[in-house]
Design a protein around this ligand. Structure first.
Ligand SMILES: [Zn+2]
Length: 298
């Protein structure tokens, strides 16, 4: 099925590149819903098929490559432990380079705030949390808590308070919380995905600067291969603003990664890079993403 699709649209792939975005990759998901998890078998078969058509390179190599035709890139956001513990062997076996964009707050023992949101949903505590935290009019808890109109740092503080008051402890961090996850490996580069993964456009410029520069400093201190690319938390067009762009450029980053389910057009812009999230091995998603980019390209 997938090779059939590629044979039908070969010329498009000379022009457009799949920059894939993954999150949790492992044998099983730790949450029931609202998690972008992909199982190892699915990952393995997707990569196998794509390797027939694309040459996978690091995102930094892709950006500087003069001839980008037939290049593919794997990026992995949020630094889930299972990427190193379980999925790395798949990438090693297939000899595919990956860039992992981390949030450095989890190395200080903090729990990824979206995992706190998922905990509240899985345990049916939304109503209690909303009334307790006076968040106002919330219709869709998962979505509204990542709105640019609600300061993420404030939501996170309210989450901590709620967890404390109710004596809830998320014992285990699913994301990197120790330097053993930062390894110098020929197939791995690490990049900046901010300190806390807040919606940057919901923050003040100073707050944004702290979020981005803290993780830059943290990464520079490690003995790892460093990416010169910045990955915007959530990656939507409303999740960053001009302040973000100014800070990212000031800090010396060459590109910003979006996540809008589109193939990247290498002839357009090398500062903003489009990515696609693959949840299953139905690669027709790429075909769909291509048409989407034709209609809604802005
Ligand atoms: Zn992320």
């Amino acid at each position: 099925m997938s090779s059939f699709i590629f044979n039908l649209f070969p010329m498009y792939f000379i022009k457009f590149n799949p920059i894939l975005l993954y999150h949790s990759l492992g044998k099983n998901s730790n949450f029931e819903k609202n998690i972008d998890h992909v199982d190892l078998e699915v990952l393995d078969s997707t990569l196998k098929t794509m390797k027939k058509y694309f040459k996978f390179v690091f995102i930094d190599e892709y950006i500087t490559a003069k001839d980008k035709s037939k290049l593919g890139v794997i990026t992995i956001d949020d630094g889930y432990k299972n990427v190193i513990d379980e999925a790395l062997q798949v990438f090693e076996y297939q000899n595919i380079p990956i860039t992992i964009f981390i949030n450095s707050s989890t190395f200080e023992g903090k729990i990824f705030w979206r995992d706190k949101i998922r905990y509240i949903i899985d345990n049916h505590l939304e109503k209690e949390f909303i009334s307790n935290s006076k968040l106002g009019n919330v219709k869709n808890f998962y979505r509204d808590t990542k709105s640019p109109n609600i300061n993420s740092a404030i939501v996170d503080k309210k989450l901590d308070l709620f967890f404390e008051q109710n004596n809830i402890k998320i014992e285990q961090s699913l994301c990197f919380n120790s330097k053993k996850y930062l390894i110098k490996h020929p197939l791995i580069m690490y990049g900046n995905h901010t300190y806390s993964h807040y919606v940057l456009s919901s923050l003040t410029k100073d707050e944004q600067y702290i979020e981005i520069s803290k993780t830059k400093l943290f990464l520079q201190k490690q003995d790892i291969n460093l990416s010169n690319v910045f990955s915007i938390p959530f990656g939507g067009i409303d999740t960053y603003n001009q302040d973000t762009v100014d800070i990212v450029k000031d800090l010396g980053y060459k590109s910003m990664l979006l996540s809008r389910s589109r193939l990247n057009n290498p002839t357009k812009d090398t500062f903003f890079i489009e990515r696609i999230m693959l949840k299953d091995n139905d690669l027709s998603f790429i075909k769909k993403a291509y048409f989407l980019s034709l209609i809604k390209d802005d």
